[in-house]
Design a protein. Sequence first.
Length: 88
Amino acid sequence: MKVANRDSAQFAYKLLNFQGSNLHGINESKYYIVYSYNWYPLFLYEYDTGVWYENETKYSVSTSKQTSQVRPSYITKKLSYQEIKNLL
């Protein structure tokens, strides 16, 4: 579903697929992942554990803004970009 980035958090919180502006959330196997620019994971939800992971590695001003717009939960486990990639 196409949504404005400012409205994307409610979709991510409910683990619903969405498409924003250079931002999307999608179910992939055992994870729900919010991507920036189709490749950079901002948030990751692991279905087995019920844990939200947040990419703490800063990439750009744009991705930082997207992170604040789409934040699905304020309780996240912060991981580096490489740690998130290792999970995936």
